[in-house]
Every structure is written in C-alpha cells, then in structure tokens.
Ligand binder design. Structure first.
Ligand code: KG4
Ligand code: ZN
Length: 336
C-alpha cells in the first residue's frame, strides 16, 4: 500500500508518501515569504499559493519515492480544522485525483495527524499514551486510548501556546513566524532576570490559559528599554520560561492523575528545544518515557497526514465523493 498524504490546512503545502515499508517521500513548501510582510497568514494568499504548488509538489514527491501515480493505492488529505479556503485546495485535489485513479480517499483530522506524527519515529509510542499537543491553534492534553479514540483532559481556555509565542514575538519586533525566532532570542537571555506569572498553576485541573501572560509580557515590554538587545533577550527568556513551566507542570500532573507513563509531544511548539529538554528531565524523574517527533514532523507536514491516512485506510475506512472540509472540528470527547 502506497498512500499519498496532502496537507494544506494553513500556510504549508505538504505532500508525502507513506508505504508498508515506511516513509518514502516528504515534500514541504512553506509560505513564509508570501505572508511575512503582513505579519501573519493572509487566508486568500495561502489558498492561491496552495493551488499553484500542489501539483508540482505531488510530482516531486512521486519522483523522490521513485513511484508513478499508478502505484498510489489511497489518498489522505487534511479535512480540518484550518483555513477553509486552504483546506478546500487539498481536499478538492485529493478527492479528484482519487476519483480519477479509482482509489479510496480519506479526510484526516489535523490534530490526530499531529498526535500520530511520533509513530513515524523509532521507537514509536504504543497506546495508551498521553499527548501534549501544542500548536499555533491548540494547546491540549489528550489521552490517546487506542488508535482513533482520543479524550481531551485539558485545553487552553483562551490563547494557544503557539499563538502566545507568535504574539509576544511580534511585540518584541521579531519577524513572522515568531515562535522559533523568540526561542532563538531566548537562548541569549539571562534566566530569572524577570519573572512572569505561571497562569492556572495554582488551580486544580489540566486546563491552560495564556492570555494573561501575554498581557503581562506586553506591560513588561512597555516598561523596559527594549532597544537594548540584552533586555529583549531577557524578556524573551522570561516569557519562554513561564510558558514551559506551565506546560511541564500540567504534563506531570496528567501523568500522575492517569497513571500513564508514556508522554508524546505533538505540534509546532513541540519543536522548542527548551521544552523538550525540560520535559525529558521531568518525565525521567517520573520513570516515564518521552516521545517526540523530529522537528520537521512537529510543525505542519504531510508525512503525519500520510501515516494517519495509511492507518485509517488499512482499517477499511474511506470517505464518499463529496468534498467536505471543516474550519472547526472538535477532536474526540472532553473529560468532564
Ligand atoms: O503545528 P503548527 O506548525 O501549525 C498549527 O497547526 O498551528 O504550529 C505552528 C506554531 C506557531 O505558533 C509557531 O510559532 C510555533 O508553532 N513554533 C514554535 C517553535 N517552532 C514553531 N514555538 C516555540 N518554539 C519553537 N521552536
Ligand atoms: Zn498543525
């Protein structure tokens, strides 16, 4: 079985091929240059760029895998959540190609794909496991009971962690996309020079909140002289420390509450090296195991869509011919 995976939920066009022997191709086009001067993703420009790039990227993926279209046995594309116009490009392309080739297609939940990205690695986590999903749009602690069964144990009540990174980066005058740039700046900062609040740590439960932290950081930026590069780096460091402390504390709490020992990192903020190191340390202290995908499988990519589609199609699932995408799409059930 060779499965073509397509990702177009936001500002990355991805095409990958996953087969019985593993990942054969993983091609990504990042639209940073398209959106950079606007300081954020412009949905209409994202859709147009996906349209222009999807076909050449598919040809590139087939060449990399040394396959032709007739070797493809199924197609998986991101169905949601995401930008509706951007999703429609991947869905219309994937569905039409599937129809033309007379092979099954399946729409994939973007968050499930993120959660399963670690299955691309060796050793891969086995079910059940806990997942910390931290991306630009979501911050969640998820209990992945088995393949296809996900329970949300906690989530952000306001901004997502990645969103907080991006907004703070913007306040610090860093270029879009801000998360990675802020993390880089934070490495130059002096630890504990400033202290920012750790939201929701004193409250029971596994929910997160980052909007208060963002406001406090904004006030700190106004108070201090951010024309001084060292001050800027110190603020970036304090902000990153506060976010990571919160994420790490809630992960530990979830591991203890559920008695689960496997923790899987997913989503773009999972690329943050400081977060990975802190979690590795704490999970080891709890005699647990930490799994995280390579950085390129944390941020949006099609390899995670292809492996997710491979598993669903192998299970006999497939969708009908209608082209159906979802800007909002809850994942699994909430625990409460
Ligand atoms: O999963 P993703 O690629 O897209 C969504 O589905 O949202 O996540 C993108 C988010 C952005 O907010 C970006 O700033 C953040 O991940 N990000 C990081 C790092 N690399 C990407 N945040 C913190 N540290 C990083 N190294
Ligand atoms: Zn994502």
């Amino acid at each position: 079985m060779n499965i073509l995976g397509i990702e177009t939920s936001c500002d990355e066009t991805g095409v990958a091929i996953y087969s019985d022997t593993g990942l054969l191709a993983n091609i990504l086009r990042t639209q940073t240059e398209v959106h950079q001067r606007f300081g954020g993703v412009v949905p209409e420009l994202a859709s147009r760029d996906h349209i222009q790039k999807i076909l050449p990227l598919t040809q590139k993926a087939l060449t990399a895998a040394k396959l032709s279209l007739k070797d493809i046995d199924g197609i998986a594309y991101t169905k949601g959540p995401g930008l509706i116009g951007a999703l429609l490009v991947g869905a219309a392309f994937g569905r039409s190609l599937g129809f033309a080739l007379n092979i099954p297609t399946i729409g994939i939940h973007h968050l499930e794909a993120h959660i399963l990205a670690s299955l691309l690695e060796t050793p891969a986590p086995t079910f059940p496991f806990l997942s910390l999903l931290v991306s630009g749009g979501h911050t969640m602690l998820i209990l992945a009971e088995t393949f296809g069964s996900y329970q949300i144990l906690g989530e952000s009540v306001d901004d997502a962690a990645g969103e907080a990174f991006d907004k703070t980066a913007r306040l610090l005058g860093l270029p879009y996309p801000g998360g990675a740039a802020l993390a880089k700046l934070a490495t130059q900062g002096v630890k504990h020079k400033y202290h920012l609040p750790r939201p929701m740590l004193n409250k029971p439960g596994l929910n997160f909140s980052f909007s208060g932290l963002k406001t406090q950081t904004m006030q700190l930026i106004r108070q201090e002289d951010t024309t001084n590069p060292q001050t800027k780096a110190d603020i970036a460091c304090a902000f990153e420390e506060a976010i990571i402390d919160t994420l790490v504390t809630k992960c530990k709490r979830a591991m203890i509450e559920t008695n689960l020992t496997r923790l899987v990192i997913a989503g773009g903020v999972g690329a943050n090296l400081e977060l990975r190191q802190r979690l590795q340390h704490e999970v080891t202290l709890l005699n647990g195991e930490l799994f995280f995908p390579r950085v390129e499988f944390c941020t949006d990519n099609a390899a995670m869509v292809a492996i997710c589609g491979y598993k669903h199609l192998m299970n006999g699932a497939s969708d009908n011919l209608s082209i159906d995408v979802k800007a909002r799409w809850p994942l699994g059930v909430h625990k409460d």
